[in-house]
Design a protein around this ligand. Structure first.
Ligand code: PLP
Length: 323
């Protein structure tokens, strides 16, 4: 049974009102070189330029802004491989709410440092042996904190949907929208917006090849769980979709594609060299998926969400240098 309180496009509109003046309306950029190579028009929604460097600030702020007095006083707790943590930490600081973040010990150093820098308390765990959700739940119960999960939450989904709302308001109707997929907060929110603002638009999720639990789930008609996948795309390393996100993806998303890690590195290099942008591996999934079937997009107007730009610089340099 899907949850009874599935978000709708009206919730995305309400989220857009809440985040206005707090989140950036990020730029939409194009590349003549890419358009020529694909025979298509590609519009990149650049959430690597969002506050804290990824779209996660939208869902976090939209959710925390709806806390009541007591929730605000006691604080928020969450678990995340990085960007959701920073989103919650920054939104919490903005709203004067104490934040506790459960993060893997091996998360990129830049992400851990940034999360602490936003004033949050960081609690570490081992991502290959411990259950982060259980740790977050225990902290919530012990200290009366409100748990805001990274994707399976109506406020988070509605907030992330503002990405596609802004994109389509800027570009007009699209033929295809490609959205990186981890736990599905971004994809399900963007699908809500696209279905209303550009009803004929084909909505596609993109996962790392090694982390295709969403693709498997869509095909099986139930949430398929996988072991923690090994991929460069640390923002899409999730093992399973959520109840809200799976219900919306099943209803609204046309298909889920995959991209190999080598394609992510090639896309990182393209963004750096041609578009002068630092994009983290997970943010490259959309472009990498376009390159997987370069003939498939001729004559189309395509929206691609670049989800974030938070990458350890030493790691980034290493990836760009390898051939
Ligand atoms: C969280 C994240 C994703 C995946 O978003 P979901 O809502 O979990 O599907 C993709 N890219 C980046 C950079 C992220 O931080």
């Amino acid at each position: 049974m899907p949850p009874a309180d599935l978000p709708t496009y009206a919730d995305v509109e309400a989220a857009a009102q809440r985040i206005q003046g707090h989140a950036h309306r990020t730029p939409v950029l194009t590349s003549h070189t890419l358009d020529q190579a694909l025979g298509a028009e590609v519009f990149f929604k650049c959430e690597n330029f969002q506050r804290m460097g990824a779209f996660k600030f939208r869902g976090a702020f939209n959710t925390l802004a709806q806390f009541d007095e007591q929730q605000r006083r006691r604080g928020v707790v969450t678990f995340s491989s990085g960007n959701h943590a920073q989103g919650i930490a920054l939104a919490a600081r903005t709203l004067g709410i104490p934040a506790t973040i459960v993060m893997p010990h091996d998360a990129p150093a830049a992400k851990i440092a940034a999360t602490r820098g936003y004033g949050a308390t960081v609690v570490g765990y081992d991502r290959y042996s411990e259950d982060r959700a259980a740790i977050g739940q225990t902290l919530a119960e012990q200290h009366g904190l409100t748990l805001v999960p990274p994707y399976d939450h109506p406020g988070v989904v509605a907030g992330q949907g503002t990405v596609a709302k802004e994109l389509i308001e800027h570009t007009g109707p699209l033929d295809t929208l490609l959205v990186p997929l981890g736990g599905g907060g971004l994809l399900s929110g963007c699908a809500l917006a696209a279905r209303t603002l550009s009803p004929a638009c084909q909505v596609l999720g993109v996962e790392p090849e090694a982390a295709n639990d969403g693709q498997q789930s869509l095909r099986a008609g139930r949430i398929v769980r996988i072991d923690t996948p090994h991929t460069l795309a640390d923002g899409a390393q999730t093992q399973y979709l959520g109840n809200y996100t799976f219900a919306l993806i099943r209803k609204l998303v046309d298909d889920i594609l995959t991209a190999p890690d080598a394609g992510l590195v090639r896309a990182m290099r393209f963004f750096a060299e041609r578009m002068k942008m630092v994009v983290e591996p997970t943010g490259c999934l959309g472009l990498a998926a376009l390159w997987e079937q370069p003939e498939a997009w001729r004559g189309k107007r395509i929206g691609v969400v670049i989800t974030g730009g938070n990458v350890d610089l030493a790691r980034y340099a290493q990836l760009l240098a390898q051939d």
